[in-house]
Ligand binder design. Sequence first.
Ligand code: ZN
Length: 352
Amino acid sequence: MLELPGRLERLTGAARERAGRLFEVRLVSGRTVPPPEMEPWLVAAFGSVDVIRDQAMLKVTNRVTLEATLFAPLRSRRPLDGPDAHRDLAAEIAATEGDPFCHPETGTPADTFGRVRGARVTTGANAALADAHHAVLVFDTHDPLAFDAETVIDLLRTGREWAELARRDDPDAVNYVLIWNCLWRAGSSIIHGHAQALLGSGSHYAAIERLRRDAAGYDGDLVEELIAVHRSVGLTVDLGGEVVLVAHLTPRKERELLLIGRPGMEETEPAFAAALGRTLIAYRDRIGVSSFNLALWRPPLANAEGWEAFPPIVRLVDRGDPFVRPSDIGAMELYGTPIVGSDPYDLIEALR
Ligand SMILES: [Zn+2]
């Protein structure tokens, strides 16, 4: 990641101008003075004392959205309290079999219109609603990591069908979002494989509305240019059918990916749905991610004036080792600029 400024400098013409217009990139350095008493510990923990003495970090800011990230490579090498190599995630997951989601027809409330029963996913109403319409999308498999491409495709299809049914009784509810918090570290209270869908009225969910406003105030096509800048610095993979995978220059947290379709595309279209399936499988199997947050951003289902340039976008972020005690989200992530230790180039290389 530290080579990003050099890559940007080698850009020419419109590509260089576009990158400079969208992103502020600053390479910064810091120095520390470790006492000799610390040296054995630093060598054991970080491999050398010199990497502690002189450190380079990269600050990337999206000038339009003000999303920003502090890339601090050493952060990912810090010793963390609590990881226990003897704990077995598969066993931990299996130990909770028999939960209410193992029998969703009797373990979750139904919506007033009933349930949507997909090939792999059954809907229920969330027992504790967060909005007027709030579903749980319960997988047939207890293990949340046992999904395959079909599960993901069926999830998108079932979620959308649920939203269309909910909207029939409440035509003002058009703002649809599908989210997946996988395992407790990502905020999930139930281990059993499940995603959620919300359908709201009024403004779209805030983060989505934020991007629409930023795009509306930008002189150009913001999403298209974001893709173009990432492509110009080698952070994209084209997945076919005009679907692009992006290792984000300003990730919210570790290993954030954006899967971006083209404007007007439905998230249920095979090109997009299958690309998401492949991406999630690679995220799990090649990168080794077990706990993640996923959100589908898309325009409102109706009354979508002003959303014409907005494609379906899935944002996906790694929440780290489920058995590590410290939360990955601290005050900088909530109220400052997120600090990230992982490298978007490592991520995109592993997904090519
Ligand atoms: Zn279960």
